[in-house]
Design a binder for this molecule. Structure first.
Ligand SMILES: CC(C)(COP(=O)(O)OP(=O)(O)OC[C@H]1O[C@@H](n2cnc3c(N)ncnc32)[C@H](O)[C@@H]1OP(=O)(O)O)[C@@H](O)C(=O)NCCC(=O)NCCS
Length: 172
């Protein structure tokens, strides 16, 4: 679907799912993302309202993560629903999201992109805020996980903000 300087982000196929599940269920990643199973992900890769992207390094082709994008066509709203990487804090997350924002606003017809993060996800929250995502609010004790009831922060970016702020001020 799109490439970045170092990555290829393409629609996942069934053969990718074992690798994706291993990344998703990695103990660090599963602290901060919901986890699915083979059956759920098989349904998602066939769902016309979902882009399920496998993220690979261009050089060598190693699978290093995935991004699930949920499309609300009526409201032209896209959710970056789930993302996890096996190689973190090397700038890949920023690269994936930069490409996904470009596709969202320039190709996929989005008016708004949104996502949620747990407030203790320091890396994720720093990344979204440093990209200029607007912090819309906190859903208090919204999700029950093994470690308790967790707040969820909602972030969003509008089409105008992408053009006037992200591309001008935040994009690196
Ligand atoms: C969230 C995630 C996708 C981000 O991708 P990534 O490749 O690790 O992110 P990047 O390397 O592009 O950016 C990370 C930023 O966090 C910063 N960072 C690293 N450790 C940090 C910490 N402890 N506190 C705050 N910021 C931190 C990095 O310096 C970098 O910011 P900078 O570019 O301003 O220097 C990835 O870390 C991941 O898979 N996390 C686990 C699953 C997850 O959280 N998914 C998202 C759920 S909302």
């Amino acid at each position: 679907m799109y490439t970045t300087k170092r990555l290829r982000c393409e629609r996942a196929v069934k053969e990718d799912l074992a690798g994706i599940l291993a990344i998703e269920h990695d103990p660090y990643n599963s602290l901060y993302t919901f986890t699915g199973d083979m059956e759920e992900h098989c349904r998602e890769i066939e769902d016309p309202d979902i882009f399920f992207l496998a993220i690979r390094e261009k050089e060598g082709g190693a699978l290093i993560g995935y991004l699930i994008v949920d499309i609300d066509r009526e409201s032209q709203r896209l959710e970056f629903r789930r993302m996890a990487l096996s190689r973190r804090c090397e700038g890949y997350g920023r690269e994936v999201l930069d490409g996904a924002l470009r596709m969202a606003f320039k190709q996929w017809g989005a008016n708004k992109v949104w996502l949620e993060a747990y407030p203790d996800n320091a890396v994720g929250c720093h990344l979204y805020e440093s990209m200029g995502f607007h912090k819309d609010g906190v859903l208090r004790q919204h999700h029950k996980a093994e470690r308790g009831f967790l707040d969820q922060v909602q972030y969003s970016m509008l089409k105008d903000e992408y053009r006037d702020e992200y591309l001008v001020k935040y994009r690196r």
